[in-house]
Design a protein around this ligand. Sequence first.
Ligand SMILES: Cc1cc2nc3c(=O)[nH]c(=O)nc-3n(C[C@H](O)[C@H](O)[C@H](O)COP(=O)(O)OP(=O)(O)OC[C@H]3O[C@@H](n4cnc5c(N)ncnc54)[C@H](O)[C@@H]3O)c2cc1C
Length: 356
Amino acid sequence: MAYTSKTLPLPLCPSGCNPPPAPARSVPAESGSKAAHSGETGEGANVKSDCFDRGELRFNEPMSAHVSWRAGGCAERCYIPTNLPDLAHYLASNSGLVHFVGLGSNLLVRDGGLSGTVILLHGALNHIKLAAEGLIYAEAGVSSPKVSSFAARHDLEGAEFLSGIPGTVGGALAMNAGCYGSETWQRVEKVLTINRQGELHERLPHEYEIGYRHVVLSVRSEPASTPHSSLLTPHPEEWFVAAWLRLQPGAGAASKQKIKGWLAKRMATQPLTQPNAGSVFRNPPGDHAARLIEACGLKGLTMGGAQVSEKHANFIVNLGQASASDIETLINTVQATVKEKQGVELVTEVRIVGKA
Ligand SMILES: Cc1cc2nc3c(=O)[nH]c(=O)nc-3n(C[C@H](O)[C@H](O)[C@H](O)COP(=O)(O)OP(=O)(O)OC[C@H]3O[C@@H](n4cnc5c(N)ncnc54)[C@H](O)[C@@H]3O)c2cc1C
């Protein structure tokens, strides 16, 4: 792979212990773990890994606990790193499929679950600081609303729109999340990424193809012989671990006022008391998915435990016991009906992954 940006050395453990040499790449992730030896691999079984590898490895982890729809199957394995050096070491010393997940606020995991290892960043890479005047450094696990309030507290303007987007910085980068006329990548000065080997790279925005809910690393690379992730991330073998966001000097009080107003607007127009994943479909050029869905009379349509929200037609809510299959069937039905009655092919904004 030809990287165009800075390649950085592997980070060291903050507590001072050096990473042990990586075992052969063919060693399965949990082969040396306590869980593997004890046979403790039932649903929710977990193990604290030793020494450098101090993150938490779980087996058959219900992804319903990690996605905002509160539905769906299990991840075969789930790793929660303690920090960036730990994540780098985990990737370098374990082979197989990995999937990066933030707060799961744009994700549906099918009921058959996900094979491989889900890496959960929220609560792990959660460091945020002022890196320089007007420049915020935020790790990928920091929530977007936290970036918004941090900026307001430091009298910086331009991150208010992130206040109502309930995901992480990593998810916002991967999705180019946005609203009220602003998008994440308009604020990005550079990003820090990690690859399947645990190597870090600083990258600049011009290295990505960026559009409406669309981000793809445009660096040319040889296709991997085996794909390492089934999620549609900007690159199948490289993920975001931090970003530097450039903001303008502003007034904290004005930013807080703007945030308050936008959150109130969301409360009034979105079904925020029921599990959902935000807008299910992208807006087609020059139109709104919600308008098209409503025009087809689909508000309130229910399949199993999933319902097209009565409050906002582009939201699907979990009434309590929805399966991922209920949600996906409803998505497909809405798509087919809008195509038939309005002649418009709606494209999903939410990412649907895993086995049925
Ligand atoms: C109530 C509600 C309102 C919403 N409003 C908006 C809105 O106004 N605007 C908007 O754009 N979205 C909105 N969303 C959708 C969602 O919050 C955003 O897409 C958000 O940025 C997703 O972040 P996440 O951490 O939850 O990502 P996840 O759902 O966990 O993941 C989404 C995708 O990003 C990838 N990903 C996650 N972390 C990384 C990483 N570190 N590196 C590489 N890839 C990664 C995942 O693999 C997956 O493909 C809303 C959702 C809800 C529930």
